[in-house]
Design a protein around this ligand. Structure first.
Ligand SMILES: [Fe+2]
Ligand SMILES: [Fe+2]
Length: 176
């Protein structure tokens, strides 16, 4: 086994956090879809898929390192939101928490002189920077727009993250 027992269980916990993040984004995306905010909904379905992809990257790494994958209990996501701002503030808080978890994995890999895990984690460190910055920006735009100008937020998403398109695994518009 290329990783220590402690590193193996820390990575398994991280797999749980990434799947939990994915479920939280599905909950947020479906809330936005229900409000008629199609661009926001698609953006968050896409984030959900990315978090699942993060979980799978960790799964593949544990397998490659001849460790044991044990997926922990996944916390149920929050599924009702008083406002768009509340849902996005929760997303930013979640990204901050995940960043802290990744940072502590990095510290553990340094303590164990586990250079392979350290190397694998460097991709996640960069990814967290991008996700934190993008979510922080989105929160600022939502705050600027206020509750009455959410259509501006829809336009912002379309401009910066692409127009709605079909996301694998996400429900599409109902066909008649
Ligand atoms: Fe992630
Ligand atoms: Fe993320």
């Amino acid at each position: 086994m290329l990783i220590s027992k402690n590193m193996n269980s820390a990575l398994n916990e991280q797999i749980g956090y990434e799947f939990a993040a994915s479920l939280q984004y599905v909950a947020i995306a479906s809330h936005f879809a229900g409000e008629g905010l199609t661009c926001l909904a698609n953006h968050f379905y896409k984030q959900a898929n990315e978090e699942r992809d993060h979980a799978m990257r960790f799964v593949n790494y544990v397998v490659d390192a001849s460790g044991r994958v044990e997926i922990p209990d996944i916390k149920a996501p929050k599924s009702s939101f008083g406002s768009v701002e509340e849902a996005i503030a929760l997303s930013l808080a979640q990204e901050k928490e995940v960043t802290a978890k990744i940072n502590s994995l990095v510290e553990q890999s340094m303590k164990e002189s586990d250079h392979i895990t350290f190397q694998i984690l460097s991709w996640f460190v960069k990814e967290q920077l991008e996700e934190l910055s993008s979510m922080d920006n989105l929160l600022k735009v939502v705050q600027l727009a206020g509750q009455k100008n959410l259509l501006y937020v829809e336009e912002y998403i379309a401009r910066h993250h692409g127009a709605p398109r079909s996301i694998p695994g996400a429900p599409g518009p109902a066909s008649s």
